[in-house]
Every structure is written in C-alpha cells, then in structure tokens.
Design a protein around this ligand. Structure first.
Ligand code: NDP
Length: 455
C-alpha cells in the first residue's frame, strides 16, 4: 500500500469511527467490532470508489432493524421475574437473517449489535445464502431448573415469533443457548403458529436437526487451523494446544484435536482453567462432556477426579507454553499482554472458536509477530455453515448422513480459508487472515447491497 493511500485510509477510518461512536453511544463492543473491520477495509474501499459513493459502510453498520421486548416468567416458587429480550436483524442482503441467541447476564443491545455485525461477513464467507442477525437476553440459565428455563424460553419465543420465519430470520444457539433451549424455543414456535417450519437450527436429530451441528463450530475451527498450517507445510499432529472455555465450541474443538493427534493441555470456565500437562485423553473428554452437557458441573470436579490434573483459580490458560491456541469462551479473553505472553512462549497459530476473543491490541501483536491468526468470522464459521445445511435439509424434507455433512463442513472451511488467502496474502509468504476475511466477506455483501438499489 502506498504511503498516501495509507494516510488517506487512516484519516477516513478515524472520521468514520467518530460517527459510529456518536451514533451508538455506550456500545463499546460494537465500536470495537466495527473498528476491527473498517481498519482493514478502508484501503479497499478507497480503491473501489463505488462503495464510498454509495455509503456502503454507513449502510452496513446500521441494522435493518432491532426489536426489544419484555420477557416475564415465573420461577418454581411462583416468583415473577422480568428480563429483556432482543433480536438484531443486521442485513438480509444475501439471504434470510441468520445468527444465534445468547442468554447471559452480560448481554446488552450493544453486545448483540457487535455479534450481528460480525455475523453478516462470516455468513457471506461460508458461500451459503445467509444474511446476518443475532439476539438474546440478559437471562442467566445457570442455577435455573429445567422447568424455569422452559418457561423462560416459552415467554421469549412468544415475544419473538412474529419477527422470524424460515425465509425471514432463522435463529440458533450461542452462549447459554444449547440443545435444551433451542428445543423449548422451537416447541413454542410450533405451538403458537400451528406449523412445523425450519425456523430454528440446532434442533434435536429426531425433529429436524442436522448431524454434526453440535460438533460443527469446534470441528470447523480445527479444520481451519489445519488449512493455515498446511499453507506452511505443517500440520496439527503432535502439536500442543491450549483451549479456553468448556462449552459447546470448546468441547468439540478438543475432540477434533484429539482425532488429529494433537496434545490438548487446557480448557477453562469463567473463573479459572483446568490444566492437564500430559494432555487430554478420550476418557477426560467423555467425562468433560457429561460434566458440562448433562450435569452442568464445575471443572474443579475434574481436577479432583484425575491425577495429574489441576485447577488454576482466577487465571486464563494463556501463560501455559504451547504451539496452538483456541480461544473458545467469549469476547475479549485475550487482551494485549496475554497475546504478548503467547507470542513470547512461541505460539505458532491462534484460531478463534469464540467471537472477538482477542482485542485490537492483541490482534496487532499477533499480526506484527507473523503468528498465523484466524479471526472468529473465518475460523468459527463452521457452526453457522452447518446451520445453513440444516435449513437446506429442512427445506428438502431430507436428512443427510453424518459423513456427508462433515465432508461439506470440511469443504466449506477450505473455501473460507481460500478466500482469506486470496484477499489477505501480503505477497511475501504471510497471510493476514483478518484482512482476508474482512475484505472477502465485505465484497460479497456490498455488491449484493449495491445491486438492490438505495434502501
Ligand atoms: P457455551 O455456553 O456452550 O459455553 C461458553 C463457555 O464460555 C463456557 O465454558 C463459559 O464458562 C465460558 N464463558 C462464557 N462467558 C464467559 C465470561 N464472561 N468469562 C469467561 N468465560 C466465559 O457457548 P458456546 O460454546 O456456544 O460459545 C462460545 C463462544 O463461541 C461464544 O463467543 C460464541 O459466540 C461463539 N460461537 C459459538 C457458536 C456455536 O455454534 N455455538 C458458533 C460460532 C461462534 P462458564 O460455563 O463457567 O460460564
């Protein structure tokens, strides 16, 4: 990039971000997500004036619409509680809105706008016709009985159902929304509308779910890292890996790493991490699945049960020496100093199973150190890709085999990787996957928006 173009891009970015912050006060995560994208896009936009002349960035950072609603529900003792629910429909330029629902006390409209914005570009990269959206609530499913979760989900869907549909907007799971919640939400949609429609993905296999959807995000993230390593003539076999989180994405990331012969030494939860220096075995993994998916227990239990395992309270896993890192918990879990620690310890590749787990300082540290860094919108797109395949199966009234879906997932992750290389190669052998993913996703969505006229 020439000096003049770089300076012009910096000025235009600063000016644009000032407007974003003024229009969206009190939404720091949304500002962060937009800033990460615009930083890499601006030179491309300046070189392609049709995008600027048609205010594409302004249009893509303003949701098509956002719904806010009250969710009142009754606990097991008859107490009445009120939470807030949202659905952000960001862009349906290339297909019906698609993106998960998050139930976590930290959720705000700003969190969901950041996630919906990321989702638009991620979905475009999958090569499937899906727009971007995201929703959720500040409800905390932790410590609630099954019946309480059911009543909450029924109340949430009663407010949401007019705004979704199989050709309109198709929600799925995210943090705090797994198979149990998706099933309750889907059941209530069916009950109110009196029709069976593929309006949620992540459903149970006996009622319209897709094989591999549960595993898709974790598996896809590992497929993506394999592609990044392959680009350098390397592979994940025999490499030591750090995984954070111990939910859906983390569990199946660990599983696929074990299939490939990697040594996984950590998983984590909100207040600490489990360290197994000799590496996870299949026995550890089966125990973890039962602990987290069925009993909803704590990792401290595993540290007590298995010799050689320990629980490190109040810390994240990033200080442990390893070759590969898979942040799979939540946003901003790798901040600048932690990225530096990983680099100092010789990390080779970082692939984000979570959305925006690395902050802007951390991203620059990885890129400046030439670490292979796979941002979430590329590396974790396998989940929404298989959700897209679930929609296709529902529309066809068919169910594909596990092998078929896994093969399609693998193929999609390779295509995402190829787009990142196409747009992110620096010409000197290093691929900037952040630039590649942002420019690749943007180009597809922006051209669709342009074609449909000014709206
Ligand atoms: P789960 O609810 O299954 O698991 C979340 C995990 O992250 C848990 O281990 C949880 O720990 C931990 N966690 C959550 N919030 C925090 C926090 N504030 N601080 C530290 N740890 C935290 O969610 P998923 O596995 O589905 O989602 C994980 C990430 O992956 C999210 O960023 C999500 O947006 C992203 N993602 C998920 C997809 C999917 O298909 N599920 C698709 C693409 C991206 P604890 O249990 O102790 O709270």
């Amino acid at each position: 990039m020439s000096d003049t173009l770089e300076r012009q891009a910096q000025r235009a970015t600063a000016e644009f971000m000032e407007g974003v912050r003024a229009r969206n006060p009190g939404q720091p995560e949304f500002h962060q997500a937009v800033s990460e994208v615009v930083d890499w896009l601006m030179p491309f936009i300046l070189e392609n004036p049709r995008y600027q002349e048609n205010a594409l960035l302004e249009r893509l950072t303003e949701p098509d619409r956002s719904y806010t609603f009250r969710v009142a529900w009754e606990d097991d003792k008859g107490g009445v509680h009120v939470n807030r629910g949202w659905r952000v429909q960001m862009s349906n330029a290339i297909g019906p809105y698609k993106g998960g629902l998050r139930f976590h006390p930290s959720v705000t409209l700003g969190t969901l706008k950041f996630l919906a914005f990321e989702q638009v570009f991620k979905n475009a990269l999958t090569t499937l016709p899906m727009g971007g959206g995201k929703g959720g609530s500040n409800f905390d499913p932790k410590g609630k009985s099954d019946r309480e979760v059911m009543r909450f989900c029924q109340s949430f869907m009663t407010a949401l159902y007019p705004y979704i549909g199989e050709d309109v907007d198709v929600p799925a799971g995210d943090i705090g929304v797994g198979g149990r919640e998706v099933s309750y939400l889907f059941g209530q949609y069916k009950r109110i509308t009196e029709r069976w429609a593929g309006v949620m993905t992540g459903k149970g296999l006996s009622f319209g779910g897709s094989p591999i959807r549960t595993e898709a995000t974790g598996y896809g993230t590992v497929y993506f890292v394999e592609e990044m390593l392959k680009e350098r003539g390397d592979s994940a076999a025999g490499k030591t890996a750090l995984v954070s989180g111990s939910g859906n994405v983390a569990i199946y990331c660990v599983e696929k790493l074990l299939h490939l012969g990697s040594k996984v030494v950590t998983v984590s939860e909100y207040d600490g991490f489990l360290h197994i220096p000799d590496g996870f075995t299949e026995e550890h993994l089966e125990y973890l699945k039962d602990l987290k998916e069925v009993r909803r227990g704590r990792l401290t239990e595993m540290a007590e049960k298995f010799s050689g395992a320990s629980y490190v309270e109040g810390q994240k896993p990033w200080g442990v020496k390893a070759d590969l890192a898979f942040p799979c918990a939540t946003q901003n879990e790798i901040v600048g100093d932690e990225a530096k620690l990983l680099v100092d310890n010789g990390i080779i590749a970082v692939a984000e199973g979570a959305n925006m787990p690395t902050n802007l300082d951390g991203i620059h540290i990885f890129l400046n150190s030439k670490v292979l860094y796979g941002p979430g919108k590329a590396a974790n797109a396998g989940g929404v890709a298989v959700s897209g395949l679930e929609q296709t199966q529902n529309a066809q009234r068919l169910m594909w085999t596990r092998e078929e879906v896994d093969a399609r997932l693998h193929d999609i992750m390779k295509k995402i990787h190829a787009q990142c290389v196409q747009y992110g190669h620096d010409g000197n052998g290093y691929v900037n996957y952040v630039k590649g993913a942002n420019v690749g996703g943007f180009a597809k969505v922006a051209d669709a928006v342009l074609s449909c006229g000014i709206m």
